[in-house]
Design a protein around this ligand. Sequence first.
Ligand SMILES: [Fe+2]
Ligand SMILES: [Fe+2]
Length: 358
Amino acid sequence: MSSEVSRRIFLQQLGAAAAVTALPLSLVEIAWGAGKGESFTFAYISDPHITQIKGTEFVDNFDKGLAKAVLEVNFMFPQPDFVVFGGDLAQLGKPEELDHGMEMLSKLTLPVRYVIGEHDYYLDLGKYWEEKISKLNYSFDHKGVHFVVLNSILTDDDWTHKRWPTAAERMQQMARLDNPDGSPFMVKEAQRNWLKADLAKIDKKTPIVVMSHSPLYKIYKGWNFWTDDAEEVQALLQPFQQVTVLHGHVHQILYNQIGNITFHAMMSTAWPWPYPHSFAGKPSMVPKLTVPMNRADPFHERDATGWSAIDLASGKVTNRLELWENTPRTVAEDEKTGLPADSQYQDPAKRIPPQDHY
Ligand SMILES: [Fe+2]
Ligand SMILES: [Fe+2]
């Protein structure tokens, strides 16, 4: 039964209640999966980059971005089942930044699942995060969906342990976007082995949602919009019928499909990055499927920052991007092609191209 048909039947069944016109659409959506696996929503907040100036003074704009996302999620009706935090809570991994960010996230009234970003990791290699916030990789099940959280921002041991005189210098290096002294992100073998063992217990028909910080495919190495062992991770996921990877880090609209795996990027609450080719002027592998964000004003600091609400129906993800100071966007599976699509902007004549920055 298609979503439209089941929605119509649901509405007919509710017709007697007479209050049907007052139902918020999202409440209707929740009924769509009835009979073939439950549907549910969760919210996704990512990349607030809380930045300490000194003492108890923090960059106000980044604080406000996170506070606004928390407020909007708390005001959602109906409430999502949980919230995912997608990484880069801090700018330089300091305990003061992590504590300040966690204080803001503690205002959420829902359970939160955490993914670590490179800005949270490279000062103490995740020690404070693991002690105070969350494990770095883990899995859980929710209403028939298997969720996996990966730490995808690891890199070579040599770079991590031998290259830099201090931990603060290592953090500074990894915090840069276009850094020739950087080192590519990886999931690495130990975690890939853990993933393999975790997935061995799961039926191939079970929908899988993987949450990482970096994209688990390759877009542009110069900025680490890249995971070096992405193909090995993808190979572990390909046997499953329905796989979605949700990631932060790139601070922009980006989606892709490789085999059975659909990829969606989540927005940052702090700032949007331009697309690599529009800023560095170099070729990148931004997927052809992606309709670029219509970031009309690169000098407007809030333009196209935001967060996401995700509807999961029978394992299929609809990503509703709540873009502040910009047009909200929805990326959902196109029923005809089976690929993620932003149906509103398929016509190139309707698109506002991303601005060149170089
Ligand atoms: Fe980030
Ligand atoms: Fe990041």
